[in-house]
Design a protein around this ligand. Sequence first.
Ligand code: PBG
Length: 330
Amino acid sequence: MEFKRHHPYRLDEASRNRHAEVHLTAENFIYPLFVREGIHEKLPVENFAEVYHHTPESLLREVEKAISQGINKILLFGIPDEHKKSEYAEYAYDEQNIVSRSIVTLKKHFPELMVFTDVCLCSYTSHGHCGIIENESINNDKTIEVLGQVAVCHAAAGADFVAPSAMMDGQVWAIHKALHSNGYDKTRILAYAAKYASAFYGPFRTAALSTPAFGDRKSYQLDYRTIRQGISEIESDIAEGADWIMIKPAHTYLDMILRARQLFPQIPLVGYHVSGEYMMLHLLAEKGIADALSVLWETHYAIKRAGADFIISYASTILAKQLLKYEGVQ
Ligand code: PBG
């Protein structure tokens, strides 16, 4: 015979399972959650299926459910009262704010849970930009000082990881310095290292109430026509003290995940399956064009296959629940 027979590897489900090279477990997921001030019950978010604004109590219940499905990592976003937003985002580092209070309660109830917090100003500035604006442009160096204060505030409350997402130059350096000089040597940094200015963030911005009042984020987030700039951002973040790095979005940037995996084999790598990517699959299924779980699995496996160790995913509990079912069957 002059040709190789490949079909035996995939003839039936058992052989396909035996030959699978990539595996996903609930521990690979980081589950993003929104906690909001001033609401009395959890509220669904418009155009963002299965995603809610949580009260501190409903947040605890959601986390309890996630943990029962084997998820042990969450990424927390805080949404302050509208009147607490300001030009200099002071409330972002108020020790009594919703994020700090939520971390304390979560850690009390679930000491084993790994809590990641998003460190950015966009939900706290009156204009919705990720940094401080002066003379109509971002003041990078003032912003990173404030981001350092936000990180210290989250660390003091007990966050395991702070995740700076503002895409300011030197933000990891400033946060690393602030954490260390305040004695929080154990708090680690997950750097949103290569974060592209993406039109796939739409549903998130509705959820975080953080759409910029003017302009866009293209002067600080990466241009999607660049590769080297992304690599260079990762290099800087590692040099500045990042413990883990992230590529965002993930589904549309699988090539960057693969590159990062190959160029930086020593560092844990996270892919963020962002809100618009998630909703794209949801809508496909809602239209009856694809099966919801099948496209979710295929996409999450693709992110893992490209080289991500962890996936930040709004579908974390949907998928983890199914994993449990499979384990029950075997
Ligand atoms: C905050 C932030 C954003 C996302 C995560 N952190 C929005 C943005 O940069 O505009 C997007 C996440 C998603 O779309 O799921 N800077």
